[in-house]
Design a protein around this ligand. Sequence first.
Ligand code: FES
Length: 83
Amino acid sequence: MSARDAGSARGAGGATAGSSESPDVVVCPGGPLLLRGDHVVQDEDGSAHRTTRPVSAVCRCGKSATKPWCDGTHKVIPEKLRP
Ligand code: FES
């Protein structure tokens, strides 16, 4: 399952909090979103970025030099300003 169809599947009885099923999207506290598997991510300019890596990290802090991907910059910004 991809992030694109996660909303509909989850709403129709998919995984819930505390489920033992492996999620394909994980929110890292203060850091990126981790995507498991193939995805197409649309950036703020509307450009599509395909990833086929086993795990990809999408920047949530807005400071990455390689957006939409996380480059680790979130680690150097003050904790209270992280996502
Ligand atoms: S979340 Fe890692 S650089 Fe933005």
